[in-house]
Ligand binder design. Structure first.
Ligand code: SF4
Length: 347
């Protein structure tokens, strides 16, 4: 039996409209475009009922869609405070893939700007009717997470936040953001939320930040300081997505942001696409740097998530050609000549 409350508590809507119990679940419980009422689908839809049936009878080791929880159990833990009854208490919503950055490790599925830059723009967004369906469920939620795209680049998220502030201001609200679109117009809404956490995505500083994300570092840094000043009660968590490009940057990022954030999260280690991951490095380089990072994490009072690095092993056949092609493509796009800081990084 799988002791997880997510199927009794949550709906996650992916950027392409698939419905899941949580973001770690590798499968689909239907698509929002085929559903009239999400709470009805959650309570009595056949896919949710079947999942609950699996959970009641299977061991997690034997249940493939939940494989990521077999290793980390991180997701499952996130649901510990939810009721064991069937109650829709958690929503994770991606209103659209509208984004103001073009990160090298992202995909047009998650960023309209990256799609434009790569000549492959796709546009995914929830309809007005789907947003109304979400608004209906807000009064009973314990927690909601808004993702993107960049949530602050899409005004549909203002409608959702306005509703939370009005009918359920104590709901835990988590928003994953790069901060750049948090203009002063957002503060009146955000300051009415009593339990707000912002996951701030910063993966480098200076020119490397600009190469990775396609926008300048200073504006992001200044906006982060404004957010800290304007929202003193919000929890700010810097989340670093570690790829092969910024594996040596964590200390420099920490120096720049630690005064403005409450925590510094190292847990998001990029695994796919493999050719952009730290698994491209040789094992000696990889291990040496992970040990350095562990020492750094221990010496600070804000770092979390270092364990995510510990199962990192060099790929059997690292595809250096693919990595080189990716770097060359973005050097042309950014009009700079990025060079690896590591001699053993043979691209
Ligand atoms: S992936 Fe993990 S959190 Fe999600 S439903 Fe499965 S066991 Fe629960």
């Amino acid at each position: 039996m799988i002791n997880c409350k997510a199927p009794n508590s949550g709906i996650t809507i992916t950027p392409w409209g698939d419905i899941r119990p949580c973001c770690a679940y590798d499968g689909s419980l239907g698509n929002i475009n085929d559903i009239d009422d999400i709470s009805e689908h959650f309570r009595s839809g056949e896919q949710y009922k079947a999942l609950r049936g699996h959970m009641a009878t299977k061991d997690i080791q034997d249940y493939k869609p939940c494989a990521s929880c077999v290793d980390g159990k991180q997701e499952m833990k996130a649901y510990e405070n939810f009721s064991p009854e069937v109650e829709l208490e958690y929503l994770e919503v991606t209103a659209s893939n509208i984004c103001n950055q073009s990160c090298i490790m992202c995909s047009p599925m998650f960023s309209t700007t990256l799609g434009t830059v790569l000549g492959n723009k796709t546009f995914n967004r929830l309809t007005a009717k789907q947003i109304l369906d979400i608004l209906k469920n807000i009064p009973n939620l314990k927690a909601i997470q808004l993702k993107g795209g960049e949530p602050f680049a899409d005004m549909k998220n203002a409608i959702i936040l306005e509703r939370i502030a009005k009918v359920n201001p104590d709901c835990k609200v988590t928003i994953q953001t790069n901060t750049r679109a948090i203009t002063p117009a957002w503060y009146p809404i955000l300051s009415r939320l009593n339990n707000l956490s912002l996951g701030v995505s910063i993966d480098a500083t200076g020119e490397l930040y600009e190469w990775i994300r396609g926008t300048d570092f200073d504006t992001t840094h200044n906006t982060l300081q404004d957010v800290r000043d304007m929202l003193p009660n919000a929890k700010l968590n810097c989340t670093v997505t570690t790829s092969v490009f910024n594996f040596w940057e964590h200390e420099a990022i920490y120096d720049q942001v630690s005064d403005h954030v409450d925590s510094f999260d190292l847990s998001n280690v990029l695994r796919t696409p493999e050719h952009l991951s730290i698994l491209m490095l040789d094992q000696v380089t990889l291990t040496k740097r992970i040990l350095e990072l562990a020492t750094f994490a221990k010496a600070t009072d804000k770092c979390t998530g270092i364990e995510s690095f510990y199962n990192s092993f060099t790929l059997d056949n690292p595809d250096y050609e693919k990595l080189r092609a990716h770097i060359n493509q973005f050097n042309k796009i950014r009009k700079v000549n990025y060079e690896s800081p590591v001699s053993s990084f043979k691209y």
